[in-house]
Design a protein around this ligand. Structure first.
Ligand code: SF4
Length: 483
């Protein structure tokens, strides 16, 4: 399930290292990274990972392969031998950001022609041929299925006139045995449980870019999760395009509940979080396993996309407004106080004022804790790109602003109601805004996409979960003191 409102954080590993208080250079690799001890000459790679956590996992696998082949990660682009950007490309604004990032890195290489520049990921998968024609500064373009071959491609001397574009490999899914270099703080890791998506939402390009659902075998996920727990990860976040579809393509249909049951039984993880669920797939079995395991956070991320039946039908979502309300009711009955996150789209073709009002009413009625608001973007190659009538951009923006105002009131009231309470907060590091503040997150706050807690007093170590008294509400964040 794509969270369309949040293409996600732009992660510059050089910056991240400071913010997270964690060194990303070699020497601190957890057990799930296999290093090649015979290598003596290190070449350095500087990486920017754009887009969502699913893309970040691909970046980690690319880095794992490079480290195995003798590369070292650096936070200094001006001194790197290789500049690598893993792009996002599922909507036009993300494509634009990716091209700008590639051009920024190309400027760095202007005075150092020996430096290699590689663009990987969804943008390449989508526009590889055009990019190869228009961006001669880029040495290699690698698509979403070919990226495991990156170290080999870098080793191969380029033949005259050979193509710089590799985006044709058969559909790839991470097997859990490849090396993976953690780009997240030591206490946090994403577990990518499947690749691709078998839904056919009319606005979405993901199935074309990433292919149909390929779930990873349960036992490889269990093995990888055990390694992450042994490496000290405290918060494990399960991701896929649609995590609730996990296992539907496999013999015996193991299902997300079966996977959660295995992971929840492991020692080590304090918090287990599930992102990107499908509103029509929140089954009684899933809710029961969440209710029975306090370490599986009562946090449901269900991108509903709209609140009117006619628009949902044209989107090809496979559910209606009544189903959304029923899902929310069942969640709240099974998990009282559960955190609900969703994403909605304003300005889908044919959306009338009445359709939009139904969406606004749904937001008010449900009172989601976190809401991603996204302007519809017509993507070439999707059915919805040809739908008419189009909603003028200015009108779509106006509608998005109305949703934002509704949600701001909901969040304000909710955060205010928390002031005075004591919450468990996972301490994440020193705030980039001030050395005098620590930052952390409550169970209700997923990294990078939700708000956070600024800690103004007390002492906490990164990765510890501390009781924090919440002292003040900000528009989307909270202030608090460690008890
Ligand atoms: S096709 Fe639908 S369910 Fe699949 S990734 Fe796209 S929006 Fe999400």
């Amino acid at each position: 399930m794509v969270d369309h409102a949040h293409p996600g954080p732009k992660l510059n590993l050089g910056t991240r290292k400071t913010v997270a208080g964690r060194t990303l250079h070699g020497g601190q690799c957890p057990p799930y990274i296999l290093m090649n001890s015979n290598i003596t000459t290190l070449k350095t790679v500087y990486v920017i990972s754009l887009g969502c956590p699913k893309n970040l996992v691909d970046t980690e696998i690319m880095l794992g392969g490079l480290i195995r082949a003798g590369w070292e990660v650096t936070g200094e682009p001006a001194a790197a031998d290789l500049l690598l950007v893993n792009t996002c490309g599922f909507i036009e604004p993300a494509c634009k950001e990716a091209v700008e990032t590639i051009l920024d890195l190309a400027r760095l290489k202007a005075d150092r022609p020996e430096v290699r520049l590689v663009a990987a990921g969804c943008l390449v998968q989508r526009y590889g041929a055009e990019l190869a024609k228009d961006l001669p500064e880029v040495d290699l373009f690698i698509g979403v299925n070919d990226f495991p071959a990156l170290p080999d491609l870098l080793d191969r001397p380029p033949a005259d006139g050979a193509s710089r574009l590799f985006h044709q490999a058969p559909p790839y899914a991470y097997g859990g045995v490849e090396a993976r270099y953690p780009a997240t703080p030591a206490h946090l890791a994403y577990l990518k449980i499947a690749e691709g998506c078998s839904h056919r939402c009319t606005f979405c390009l993901i199935p074309k870019l990433r292919g149909s659902l390929r779930s990873r075998p349960l036992k490889t996920l269990v093995r990888e999760a055990e390694n992450l727990a042994a490496a000290g990860v405290k918060e494990l976040i399960l991701v896929a395009q649609d995590t609730t579809a996990y296992g539907r393509d496999q013999h015996g249909h193991p299902g997300i509940a079966a996977l959660l049951r295995e992971v929840a039984a492991m020692d080590g993880f304090r918090w287990i979080r599930l992102l990107y669920g499908h509103p029509a797939r929140i089954t009684p079995e899933l809710l029961a396993i969440m209710a029975a395991n306090p370490r599986i956070l009562p946090y449901l991320d269900i991108p509903v996309q709209h609140g009117h039946d006619e628009v949902l039908r044209r989107m090809g979502r496979g559910y209606g407004r009544g189903d959304i309300l029923d899902t929310v009711r069942r969640i709240r009955e099974s998990l009282p106080g559960a955190t609900l996150r969703t994403t909605v789209m304003a300005g889908f073709p044919g959306e009338t004022e009445a359709h939009f009002q139904a969406l606004a009413d749904l937001i008010t009625e449900v009172g989601f804790d976190h809401l991603g608001i996204f302007l519809y973007s017509p993507e070439a190659g999707t059915p919805a790109a040809s739908f008419r009538p189009k909603v003028p951009r200015r009108e779509a923006r106006r509608r998005a602003h109305r949703l934002k105002a509704i949600q701001a009131k909901i969040v304000k009231a909710r955060l205010k109601s928390l002031v005075g309470a004591v919450a468990e907060v996972l301490v994440e590091g020193v705030s980039p805004e001030s050395d005098y503040l620590l930052t952390g997150r409550m169970k209700s706050q997923a990294p990078d996409i939700d708000g956070q807690v600024y800690i103004t007093a007390g002492t906490g170590r990164i990765g510890e979960i501390q009781p924090v008294r919440l002292t003040r509400a900000l528009p989307y964040d909270l202030l608090g003191e460690i008890l």
